[in-house]
Design a protein around this ligand. Structure first.
Ligand SMILES: [Zn+2]
Length: 201
């Protein structure tokens, strides 16, 4: 088992990533580099925490990519990208703050469900899907989209703004449609920039 350690900047905290399973060395290197890059940008957000974290990263070639309770990160090494890894790390960041970061962003952007019970009762009815207030939305929205995914995609887009811009254009919703040229200038980009900047002081 490979253990990757990250020291949280300006603190005594150390986060451990216990990598279970193997992948091609190139994929493993990308994974470790992406974790380091993530902490370079978001590390300050962990500084106020009292305990260090131990994450288990499960690598396989069959399951999907997701973050599960107990600090478990599941990654499928087939077609794994920096974008996917960062998205799951963003869920981990949100979870480390009791899911309050996504709640704050939901309030800031005025996003949410029109009627959550109806959405669960009728998941295919688009009318009741999550509404991303303060456009542009961070990605395409489907029946599974919610404030947690909104936050994770926002963090990922913030870290990879060029890729995010390309993805938005490919979906047919370029930022220019709302008068923006860069993700960091959009309401979501500004929200996360503010969050990170606050912790640097
Ligand atoms: Zn997700």
């Amino acid at each position: 088992m490979l253990v990757h350690r990250v020291r949280v900047k300006d603190s005594a905290l150390e986060h451990q990533f216990q990598i279970i399973g193997t992948a091609h060395p190139v994929v493993e290197e990308m994974l470790v580099d992406t974790i380091d890059h993530f902490y370079l940008i978001t590390g300050g957000l962990y500084r106020q925490q009292e305990t260090s974290k131990i994450y288990s990263v499960h690598l396989d070639t069959k399951e999907g990519n997701n973050f599960q309770k107990g600090d478990q990160i599941y990654l499928n090494t087939v077609n794994l990208t920096e974008w996917i890894v960062t998205h799951e790390l963003a869920h981990a960041l949100d979870a480390a703050h009791s899911w309050q970061l996504s709640q704050q962003m939901k309030a800031y952007t005025g996003s949410g469900f029109l009627c959550k019970p109806l959405h669960y009762a009728r998941p295919l009815w688009k009318f009741f899907w999550y509404r991303a207030g303060s456009p542009p939305p961070p990605c395409g929205i489907d029946k599974n989209f919610n404030s947690l995914e909104d936050f994770a995609e926002t963090v990922t887009a913030f870290i990879f703004p060029e890729e995010a811009k390309k993805r938005a254009e490919a979906r047919g919703y370029p930022y220019e449609k709302w008068g923006y040229t860069h993700f960091h200038d959009t309401p979501r980009g500004k929200f996360f920039k503010g969050m990170v900047a606050q912790e640097k002081q």
